[in-house]
Design a protein around this ligand. Structure first.
Ligand SMILES: [Zn+2]
Length: 111
């Protein structure tokens, strides 16, 4: 078994390293070893319409949101600036009227 990945061109397992490259002696294919590293999975954050969201974006709520554990309701159309994206079920960390909330990106759209 080769410790190197199979040739992406002909699928032979004869790959050997040559500097920063991997070479397949069977078909002559050369490719960068950097392509063989698994890309870091960056979680994708999207609003209700599928528009990608980024840290610092401004969004508006597309429905009234009752905040869990309180009587606060964030009204549809509320504008929230400078959101911060976090991992988890509630993926948008933000402040509304000075209060900190964790909301779901599927209930907002990018402003
Ligand atoms: Zn090959």
């Amino acid at each position: 078994m080769s410790e190197f990945p199979a040739c992406p061109s002909c699928n032979e397992n004869m790959t050997y390293p040559d500097g920063n490259h991997l070479v397949c002696p069977m078909c002559g294919h050369e490719w960068s070893t950097e392509q063989t590293t698994v890309p870091e999975t960056v979680p994708q954050y999207r609003d209700a319409h599928g528009t990608p969201l980024e840290d610092g974006d401004t969004v508006t709520l597309i429905k009234d949101l009752r905040v869990k554990g309180s009587s606060t309701v964030l009204k549809m159309g509320t504008r929230i600036s400078n959101i911060r994206l976090v991992e988890g079920d509630h993926d948008v960390d933000c402040r509304v009227d000075g209060q900190k909330f964790l909301l779901k990106s599927c209930f907002m759209k990018k402003a």
